[in-house]
Design a binder for this molecule. Structure first.
Ligand code: ATP
Length: 444
């Protein structure tokens, strides 16, 4: 297993690149920002959409036993009573009386000492609920209180019956949802890793309890395969943490952890949740959510296997892994600076998959024409300012895997030079083959 490597400098560089190149920056920045909230800029939002689509394609579109859902953020408040969030979704907090800082007790190395000022004068730990509260309707009182969802999976349980009836699915089958979740995290930190508003991608798989452990193993493996195959994560970058302490209803739980620049952190959870969720919602709503198995003439409360991942954490994992300072490369392309900053993003999720670079401004029209053809199939842009070398560097920084140079020969030989971001090799590709060439290279 790889060591826990902490590299705060690398984190700072990544945060600064994300801001500089319009991937991610603080929300409401001109007002000083708001802690725990982040905006995705032009490149960030393209990449985020690509990552989200990759997950959706893998988990829903390529499976006939998983259905999609797009539920509301605000649900009936009793949903959160049934799920236990209103009573139990809290962290133990302590305040330092001297410097007024507030901490989550489970995250303190020594819960008797303030990590900021060293004082031992701390308040007794208190429970702090993480649900974000709002009001629905014209009166702001207890009766009209509602909550922003703290996770996307509860509406999946609540809608289980409607989805099953509408799709005529039989057990085993799953329901997946991507959407915003909100948690009033006490101490948002590590860039987007712990935010107060974030996006989750969750899939709840409903099955017969007797097959629960088999499905748990199946989904665990599916998710590992996703990281290996689609995002090219290698064994030194991620690991499996097996939970030993389980919730009373759970049968098994693992986390997929990755090596962030601040150390190992949870990216995704795969959980065997037993029949807990549907049983609770049956009790609280009075609707029987049992499944009637007509083939075997029996009724059963489905067991749930959950895969749950934060899209923002997935983005951060991909970006952290991709960030590189390449010292050897610069001489090769005759550049003066000592390091090439490059994001080795998997081409499938790169915000720009191919950049069309006209060698001279005079060729701009031809480059734009090529770009307008390619953008139907790929995420592309044209880049005309500065020397070719400078443009390569700009594209390296945003992780563009292929730069296509349109030069003075291109009009006659109907070809462009394709420069590969990672190998820096260049090859001449005929325009009639370009689409096929890029498709294969992106899929590889
Ligand atoms: P943690 O222990 O880090 O607080 P958790 O175990 O409470 O996370 P879950 O409730 O299982 O997390 O949520 C599922 C996934 O949602 C997590 O694996 C993570 O990817 C994402 N997630 C949870 N909380 C946050 C947050 N505050 N900011 C960004 N992503 C989050």
């Amino acid at each position: 297993m790889a060591d826990d490597v902490k590299d705060p400098e690398r984190m700072d560089k990544l945060v600064s690149l994300c801001k500089r190149r319009g991937f991610v920056f603080p929300s409401s920045e001109i007002y000083g920002g708001i802690n725990g909230f982040w905006d995705y800029g032009p490149y960030g939002s393209r990449m985020k959409r690509a990552v989200e689509n990759l997950w959706w394609h893998e988990m829903v579109e390529t499976r006939d036993n998983v259905e999609g859902l797009d539920s509301t953020i605000i649900c009936h408040p009793r949903v959160w009573k049934a799920s236990g969030h209103l009573d139990q979704f809290s962290d133990l907090m302590t305040d330092c009386r001297k410097c007024k800082a507030r901490y989550r007790v489970d995250q303190m190395e020594d819960p008797t000492t303030c990590p900021a000022c060293g004082s031992h004068d701390l308040t007794e730990p208190r429970e702090f609920n993480l649900m974000m509260k709002t009001y629905v309707g014209p009166v702001f009182d207890e009766e009209h209180t509602a909550y922003l969802r703290a996770e996307t999976c509860q509406p999946i349980f609540v809608d289980f019956h409607s989805v099953r009836v509408a799709t005529r699915q039989k057990l085993p089958f799953g329901i997946a949802q991507i959407g915003k979740a909100f948690r009033n995290e006490i101490n948002p930190r590590n860039f987007t890793f712990r935010s107060r508003e974030f996006t989750q991608m969750e899939m709840e798989f409903f099955c017969d309890g007797e097959e629960g452990m088999e499905w748990f193993e199946y989904w665990k493996q599916q998710r590992i395969n996703f990281y290996r195959k689609q995002l090219k994560f290698t064994d030194d970058f991620f690991r499996i943490y097996v939970h030993e302490k389980l919730a009373h209803y759970a049968k098994a739980a693992i986390d997929i952890e990755v090596q962030f620049p601040f150390g190992w952190g949870e990216l995704e959870g795969v959980h065997h949740r037993g029949t807990w969720d549907l049983t609770r919602h049956s009790e609280f709503s009075g609707e029987n959510l049992e499944y009637v198995d007509h083939d075997n003439q029996r009724k059963l409360m489905p067991t749930v296997i959950e895969t749950s991942v934060g899209l923002d954490r997935m983005m951060l994992a991909i970006l952290s892994r991709a960030y590189d300072e390449d010292k050897a490369a610069t001489a090769k392309e005759g550049m003066e600076e000592d390091v090439r900053i490059v994001l080795h993003l998997p081409p499938k999720v790169a915000p720009i998959q191919a950049a069309v670079l006209p060698l001279s401004k005079k060729l701009m029209e031809n480059a734009e024409k090529l770009n307008s053809e390619l953008l139907h199939y790929f995420r592309t842009e044209t880049d005309v300012t500065g020397s070719i070398g400078k443009r390569y560097r700009r594209q390296d920084e945003i992780g563009t895997p292929f730069c296509l140079t349109y030069d003075f020969e291109s009009g006659t030989d109907n070809s462009v030079t394709v420069r590969n971001r990672d190998t820096m090799k260049q090859e001449r590709v005929n325009l009639t083959q370009l689409r096929d060439y890029l498709e294969k290279a992106i899929e590889a």
